[in-house]
Ligand binder design. Structure first.
Ligand code: FAD
Length: 410
């Protein structure tokens, strides 16, 4: 049996950040991170890879190089939780016990839910920025397309980075505009949802780009099946009368965003809510029923935008509250306002920087005269291109919290 004072499940954006935040507060804490992956990805960079801006290699680092000094790495997948025994079971049936548990395994991209998709991904004009190995193929397809039909799909919510499906589309359209072929390409945004973006303040700026690029918005259309060699995709559309119909669309290229769920081992565990997500208090990120257990990142059910930006704010909150529960801190609880951020790459060189918290409340990080999030901004692009990757690797993952100081309860 292996035992650690604090065990963190998942060494992604959230898991590494929370480990560093804990150790920044209490350097002698006995922390272990459980993750089977050799490579950790900076996924927010994949939109830029698909747009031909970033080299994919900039978005990957070895897990070993990111585990903070002082933390142990248990290189294995968690198979099951046993909260009543303060234990988890690893693949291969090894047991790990803990004093406190932090759950941050991200979410599951359910490629298999679309019939025919797994076998044609990466071929026949079928791509997705949601995978490291496929984002470069997006750029390859975009550059090669001179005429025809380009489809961009968005599955039902929740998904990570809700803006990413349309970011891929705007960067593609901007390239086609520059290449003088935009008029020969029929662009469709086939969105399972009924709105362009969930926070209405950002919609007018996005609609200007939709019009400018001549994009057709096809709302309430959910991708169900794809035949790569036949270059055909099928959708279910919900009409105004609530009736559903099947739509068939031909494509020359299609950018697919898969439906997303909680990871299977979490979904079937006692820690999940009815929908399968980690059941946490949205303000304190403690588990709602099991004391000593915390959740953050894409896996949890707090109604924030599932983004690395959210994990950046959540990590110090979990670290603070966990250490407080252990008696190592005396201050009141840290509380999370739901901050998340989605930099919408509306053209190469400009971003509509959505930053908002619970209930769609706007939470800009910078004063309005520097960046007004509701308008396309060059400075926001520079932030995304030059600053955010550096902030991610050097500050967020290392527990330097100058941009994520937690608010304490009054
Ligand atoms: P992840 O970073 O996905 O990490 C999960 C970790 O858990 C992985 O290391 C995995 O190996 C591990 N794990 C899984 N199963 C197990 C198991 N059984 N046992 C142990 N470990 C396990 N966010 C932004 O802020 N801004 C953006 O512009 C942005 N754009 C994006 C664009 C794209 C195309 C994508 C895909 C994402 C984007 N995001 C963006 C979202 C962001 O990447 C995620 O919200 C963030 O990575 C979530 O962190 P996480 O730690 O919860 O999950």
């Amino acid at each position: 049996e292996i035992r650690h004072e604090v065990v963190i499940v998942g060494g992604g954006a959230a898991g590494i950040a929370v480990a560093s935040s804990l150790l920044a507060r209490k350097p002698d804490l006995d922390v272990a991170i459980v993750d089977p992956a050799d490579i950790h990805y900076y996924q927010p960079g994949w939109t830029m890879v698909g747009g031909g801006v970033f080299d994919p290699r900039w978005t990957a680092k070895t897990m070993a190089s990111l585990i903070p000094p002082g933390a142990k790495w248990i290189k294995a997948a968690v198979a099951a939780f046993e909260p009543e025994n303060n234990a988890l079971v690893l693949d291969g049936c090894r047991v790990v016990t803990y004093g406190r548990l932090v759950v941050a395994p991200g979410l599951k991209l359910n490629w298999g839910a679309i019939e025919g998709l797994p076998e044609t991904l990466g071929r026949n004009g079928v791509t997705s920025n949601y995978r490291y190995d496929l984002a470069p193929y997006t750029w390859e397809l975009v550059r090669a397309l001179k005429r025809g039909t380009a489809l961009f799909t968005q599955p039902p919510m929740p998904i990570k980075c809700a803006g990413a499906p349309q970011k891929a589309m705007y960067l593609a359209a901007d390239h086609w505009r520059g290449a003088g072929v935009l008029g020969d390409i029929d662009i469709h945004f086939c969105n399972a949802g009924a709105v362009l973006f969930g926070v209405k303040d950002y919609v007018p700026a996005l609609m200007e780009y939709v019009d400018h690029y001549g994009i057709h918005l096809d709302f309430q259309e959910t991708l169900t099946r794809i035949d790569g060699p036949a270059r055909t995709a099928w959708f279910t559309r919900v009409g105004a009368d609530g009736m559903t119909e099947a739509i068939e669309r031909r494509f020359d290229m299609i950018h697919v965003v898969p439906p997303q769920t909680a990871p299977d081992f979490l979904r079937v565990s006692p820690l999940a809510d009815a929908a399968g997500w980690m059941d946490v208090d949205p303000a304190t990120l403690r588990h709602r029923r099991h004391p000593g257990i915390y959740g953050l990142g894409d896996a949890c059910n707090a109604p924030n935008a599932k983004t690395a930006a959210a994990a950046r704010k959540q990590a110090p909150i979990v670290a603070h509250n966990l250490l407080r529960d252990m008696g190592a801190l005396r201050e009141p609880d840290a509380v999370y306002d739901g901050y998340g951020s989605c930099p919408l790459t509306v053209e190469r060189g400009k971003i509509v920087l959505a930053e908002f918290g619970y209930g769609g409340k706007l939470l800009p990080s910078l004063p309005g005269w520097l960046i007004d999030g509701r308008k396309p901004s060059r400075l926001a692009w520079l932030l995304k291109e030059r600053m955010l990757p550096w902030m991610y690797w050097k500050a967020m993952l290392r527990g330097r919290e100058w941009l994520a100081k937690p608010e304490l309860a009054a």
